[in-house]
Design a binder for this molecule. Structure first.
Ligand code: ADP
Ligand code: MG
Length: 242
């Protein structure tokens, strides 16, 4: 088991954004996290990745209690992530931004110089621009790919992807699906937060659904997407089934 949570909860004042969520992610799986807007998906990732300290409950990563550990500590332990809205260092180049991941990432992979590991990550994601391009010149889709390269340069055991595919065209979406599968084939366990059901149905082994911060379903992708509770939660949202 790579990640496990026990009744993890995050309150913002009177709002419970994540409510007693207990779940587990097994080694080697692609685990989907879905739910309507505002369901608590990003907050859940923030709680397990060290961006937020949970209000209560526990998180375990690779067998250790990591509840309340900082984001940089989680990254060194082998958990890296992409962000719904990537925020690279705008004045640094593409290569320098990815080197940040290579330098501050997992402690167990410092066999090669950071620059070399950053170049490998850029090549792996087929980054389309020269490595000396300043990050401030990138468009939204290029920024997401840069963010993925940076997260991969951390050499994660567990990679968290927060709406990585949003805004992509159909062709770009196919490329992204292929890329995520290639990352898993390298032995990385992946949590995918995604609204695009084609991505979820196409690549996830298991799925968890959040609604108002509460887990309403968890199981194989097929079972969860056919669950009447899940379909109900998505009524009025256009994404399901597309
Ligand atoms: N830092 C924060 N402070 C206050 N409320 C927040 C904060 N982050 C998220 N929320 C609220 O928590 C709920 C869940 O948000 P979020 O985790 O971003 O949902 P999702 O990623 O599923 O769309 C929303 O109601 C959101 O407004
Ligand atoms: Mg979100």
């Amino acid at each position: 088991m790579v990640l496990q949570t026990d009744k993890i909860t995050k309150n913002f004042g009177g709002l419970t954004a994540v409510n007693r969520v207990t779940m587990q992610v097994n080694a080697g799986e692609i685990f989907g996290l879905i739910g309507p807007n505002g369901a608590g998906k990003t907050t859940f990732l923030n709680c397990v990745a060290g961006s937020y300290r949970p209000s209560s409950g526990k998180a375990f990563f690779a067998g250790h209690d990591t509840t309340g550990a900082s984001a940089d500590a989680m990254c060194r332990k082998g958990m890296s992530r992409t962000f719904q809205i990537p925020l690279p260092f705008p004045k640094l180049t593409v290569l320098e931004n990815v080197m940040v991941g290579a330098i501050f990432g997992s402690e167990s992979h410092h066999d090669k110089p950071a620059q070399e590991r950053a170049r490998e990550a850029l090549a792996f994601v087929h980054f389309p621009l020269p490595e000396d391009t300043p990050a401030e010149r990138l468009n939204a889709v290029q920024l997401k790919r840069l963010d993925l390269a940076r997260a991969l340069a951390c050499k994660p055991k567990l990679l968290l992807l927060d709406e990585l595919a949003s805004g992509l065209t159909t062709g770009e979406l196919d490329d992204m699906i292929h890329l995520i599968l290639r990352i898993r084939d390298q032995g990385v366990t992946i949590i995918v937060v995604e609204h695009i059901m084609r991505v979820i149905a196409g690549i996830c082994d298991r799925v968890m659904v959040l609604q108002y911060g509460t887990k309403i379903a968890e199981g194989t992708t097929r079972d969860v997407l056919n669950d009447p509770k899940v379909i109900e939660a998505y009524l009025g949202e256009s994404e399901l089934g597309h």
